[in-house]
Design a protein around this ligand. Structure first.
Ligand code: PHE
Length: 438
């Protein structure tokens, strides 16, 4: 891919698969359950879904509009679309910063997933009891050699795919493998739902207890919505720039958000009944999935096969997301700083890998990267993106882009009100309230 001949996705399914590939990842299967667990369950889930519908989908549409209209990476996009408002490139700067932070801990968790794939293949997972699994996770995640090696392997794979370019690298994998992951999760749900004591898990996930809702819980739900949809930092805008003019951006945003939320909820259904059935603490943090699911594999027919397939596909889901994060940095290096794409990829991959070492060596840094990116950088990016599309681009341009130059656009009035007023105000209030300022 070069500056003058931009790559593009080949068709409707390719676009949705690639954007969904970015959205669906560790955020759905690792982060969503652990954050739900830490924030009290059902009520969090409701607030989360509300944010996806009212803010997530409009912001995702905005990013797609920005990217496709400008045909550039986030930095170039703001400059090209609004030369009179150069300060909006702050979104791009924050986006590159967020990509660094997210990849730093994301690659560590993906590394854990590689370790679990290895354990599953070598049949060292199904032999452990529930308490052995918990001990193993905490010892492993606090060690250094194993996690560092796997993290480096994962970043290497990410860089290798990005070097291949968008179409060949990203689209090919997502199209086939995401549906397979979906089927495996559904099977896990069925198994988990039939465990003894599963009922408690269902009440935890689906029976809202509103006394648990605090300002911090609401901010966590908003942050998780942004993280899971890959919005607020330019990933979706960058992908938008590869989408052909004939594609419908409304349908794309709605389908991707729907698929993403469905997979997160299914991951919750696969995990929480098992959490209660095996007496695990739902608020045990980032290790939740790794401590819980092997127990389910342990109790099911074909456990070996399913455990190998599940962790392997989770690695692949993580790759289709990490690739989108690295792509933001590489597109910036290549298109704004004029580096060759290969050089840009190598430099970005090495720099981020070094940064990621911080998250391996210190759990404080890990948590800092995790929470700062989701709860601060992405929501702030979301405010700027909505303001930009709502006020700077304005209704005429939005309409033109959504209809691919002419034709009818559904719910444009509602979309404009959300982008101009509701989203910036709501995100701002949730943010200030969540960090304790109001
Ligand atoms: N949405 C991805 C996931 O759920 C993570 C991600 C966040 C990717 C932000 C890109 C940008 O795993």
């Amino acid at each position: 891919m070069s500056i003058d001949t931009r790559d593009s996705f080949t068709g409707k399914f390719g676009v949705i698969a690639a954007a969904a590939g970015s959205a669906v990842g560790l955020g759905n299967i690792w982060r969503f359950p652990y954050v739900v667990g830490e924030n009290g369950g059902g009520a969090f889930l409701l607030v989360y879904i509300l944010f996806i519908l009212a803010i997530g989908i409009p912001v995702m549409m905005s990013e797609l509009i920005i990217g496709r209209r400008a045909q550039k990476n986030v930095f170039g996009a703001f400059k090209a679309l609004a030369p009179k408002h150069p300060y909006f490139i702050i979104v791009g700067i924050m986006g590159v910063g967020a990509a660094f932070m997210i990849l730093a801990f994301y690659s560590v968790v993906a590394g854990w997933t590689l370790e679990y794939t290895y354990l599953a293949v070598s049949n060292n997972l199904l032999t452990k009891t529930s308490s052995e699994l918990s001990v193993f996770f905490s010892e492993f995640s606090q060690s250094t050699t194993g996690p560092v090696i796997w993290m480096v392997v994962f970043m290497f794979l990410t860089g290798a795919i990005v070097i291949g370019g968008v179409q060949k690298g990203i689209e090919r994998y997502t199209k086939i493998l995401m549906p397979v992951l979906f089927i495996i999760i559904v099977i896990l749900c069925i198994k988990s739902a039939t465990l003894d004591g599963a009922g408690k898990g269902f009440s935890f996930l689906f029976k809202p207890d509103f006394s648990k809702v605090t300002g911090k819980v609401i901010l966590e739900a908003l942050g998780q919505a942004f993280f899971s949809l890959s919005i607020g930092m330019g990933v979706i805008a960058t992908y938008g720039s590869y989408i052909q003019k004939k594609e419908n951006l409304f349908t794309t945003a709605v389908s991707v958000s729907f698929a993403d939320t469905l997979i997160a909820v299914l991951a919750g259904v696969a995990i929480f009944p098992a959490v209660f059935a095996f007496g695990i603490d739902p608020s045990s943090g980032p290790g939740l999935v790794f401590e819980t699911l092997p127990n389910v594999f342990n109790h099911m027919a074909g456990g070996y096969f399913f455990s190998v397939a599940f962790f392997l596909l989770l690695v692949i889901a993580a790759l289709t997301s990490s690739v989108s994060l690295l792509e933001v940095v590489v597109a910036y290096f290549a298109e704004e700083l004029g580096m060759k794409r290969t050089v840009a990829t190598v430099i970005a991959t090495i720099a981020i890998t070094l940064f990621g070492l911080l998250a391996v060596f210190s759990s404080e840094m890990f948590n800092f990267f995790d929470k700062t990116s989701s709860n601060i950088l992405l929501p702030l990016g979301g405010i700027l993106i909505s303001v930009f599309v709502g006020w700077v681009l304005g209704k005429l341009q939005v309409k033109d882009e959504l209809s691919a130059h002419g034709g009818k656009v559904r719910m444009i009035g509602l979309l404009m009100i959300i982008l101009k007023i509701i989203a910036p105000l709501a995100i701002g209030l949730v943010f200030l309230n969540g960090i304790g300022i109001i």
